[in-house]
Design a protein around this ligand. Structure first.
Ligand SMILES: [Mn+2]
Length: 467
């Protein structure tokens, strides 16, 4: 069943020849260094621009192949690292190519005239939320005949034909792949879209788990009682307080929220499925339930999370760990933000869909590295400057940047600071990007990126002039 969905994947692990492999390396490097620029302004030299376009439209390069190559890279990264826990996060976003050069050759999104792709990403992160790599990616569109189809009709479709099938299929691919890495614990994380019974019951490996946000309220097997009421009646495990930015209801104002935490192991009811569908059965999970106490009257949607997990929970500490893992799901939203707002992949002007697909994968692989930049300061503040290979920062770079800022903006940085850290360096980068230091508000992605782009120009110029 999986085969038809993932045709070609797995039979490739390398590109056709070493010339193309080298080109792929040059392209990803060029995109990283000029992230956010169009293809011509990333590569400038006519021959390089042409080589990039030729690579994307090369008849024997397909996006499944590039993903398979990236997956190989990710797996070799994992087998060499000491990573004990890996978060495998999935999510879908929409890429709208209406009005671009190939829109007439593309399928539809929600409306017939809206052309583009749905993009489903499966990205691996470590326990700190650092992106390891793009594990899987799928692109699809809707058939014009399916648009506006009645919900009941869609429900009767076999599971393999439904869009929700990808969540399950990706989870299965993860299991098939990591069976041989038994020392690493993989935790699959999805939002409510992944609340699919077939997925919950698909788990078969000891080193693979899931945390899935529940959609609506399911029923407990045997008693038939609603999950929230069953779990909410358990002894209170913990009460705590967090500050949130309430964008929807409170104009982005900070709000302090009191939360109650419950957990309970129970058996989920298997609801009815059409007889031709994959058979489903009741499944045992641990439910972590968080709810807001005494929400203010004007708050329409108080915080309420129901998380299903296969992980064992013995105390409140374990339950909090589940919530902390789930919070890292936000990284994939940020990843999509970087792809769309940072790399501007919806503005790619490529004439044929195959080239566009190849470009989308390539930009995705690079975008994850860019996302890592944003979090470098927060997660590795005390690391030495040269701890990130792909960033290529040295001690002399700190000196150069501090001198540049002092000369240009009259700042008073110490260029000869002893052993500057990643945090020290990125404070300067953020300043270069226009960051006005504010209490408790770290610089955002755009600021860091703006600073980083300026920094690359400064560094390149200095290298040419041998300062
Ligand atoms: Mn989603």
């Amino acid at each position: 069943m999986l085969k038809s969905y993932f045709s070609n994947i797995g039979s490739y692990c390398k590109l056709v020849d070493s010339r193309l492999e080298n080109r792929f390396g040059l392209i990803t490097e060029g995109i990283f260094k000029n992230f956010g620029e169009s293809i011509p302004s990333s590569f400038i030299k006519r021959s390089e621009v042409k080589a990039t376009y030729n690579f994307f439209k090369h008849k024997s390069i397909h996006y499944e192949m590039l993903i398979a190559t990236e997956r190989e890279r990710v797996l070799s990264c994992l087998s060499e690292s000491s990573c004990k826990v890996v978060l495998a996060i999935q999510d879908t976003t929409e890429l709208d190519y209406t009005g671009t050069r190939c829109d007439s050759k593309l399928g539809s999104l929600s409306y017939v005239h809206q052309k583009g792709y749905y993009l489903h990403n499966h990205v691996l992160f470590d326990e700190q939320g650092v992106g390891i790599g793009v594990f899987d990616q799928h692109l699809w569109h809707r058939e014009a005949s399916d648009l506006g189809q009645k919900r009941d009709k869609r429900k009767q479709e076999p599971f393999e034909n439904k869009e929700s099938y990808r969540w399950y299929a990706d989870f299965e691919t993860l299991q098939d792949t990591v069976e041989y890495l038994p020392q690493t614990k993989f935790i699959s994380i999805t939002d409510t879209e992944g609340d699919i019974h077939e997925l919950l019951q698909a788990r078969r490996l000891d080193n693979v788990h899931y945390i899935i946000r529940g959609r609506g309220d399911r029923k407990e097997h045997v008693t038939g009682l609603a999950i929230k009421s069953v779990v909410g009646e358990q002894p209170l495990a913990h009460t705590y307080q967090i500050d949130i930015l309430d964008c929807r209801t409170n104009k982005g104002q900070k709000r302090t929220v009191q939360l109650e935490l419950y957990y309970h192991r129970l058996i989920l009811n298997a609801s009815f499925r059409h007889k031709d569908h994959m058979p489903i059965h009741p499944i045992e999970v641990t439910v972590v339930y968080v709810k807001e106490i005494n929400p203010p009257k004007d708050i329409k949607e108080p915080i309420e999370w129901v998380l299903y997990t296969s992980l064992t929970i013995e105390n409140a500490q374990d339950a909090l760990q589940i919530i902390n893992y789930y919070k890292l799901r936000w990284r994939i939203e940020m990843f999509h933000f970087v792809l769309k707002q940072g790399a501007k992949i919806e503005q790619l002007q490529l004439k044929n869909p195959q080239a566009l697909q190849n470009a989308i994968v390539t930009y995705s692989i690079v975008a994850l590295q860019v996302l890592n930049l944003r979090y470098a300061t927060q997660e590795f503040p005390q690391h030495a400057l040269d701890s990130f290979d792909n960033l290529d920062i040295e001690h002399s770079d700190y000196q150069l940047l501090a001198n540049y800022l002092n000369n240009t903006f009259n700042t008073k940085h110490e260029p000869y600071k002893n052993n500057p850290t990643i945090k020290d360096f990125f404070e300067l980068i953020a300043q270069l990007g226009g960051y006005q230091s504010q209490k408790n508000k770290p610089p955002g992605l755009k600021t860091i990126w703006r600073g980083w782009r300026k920094w690359l120009i400064i560094k390149n110029t200095a290298t040419i002039l041998r300062i």
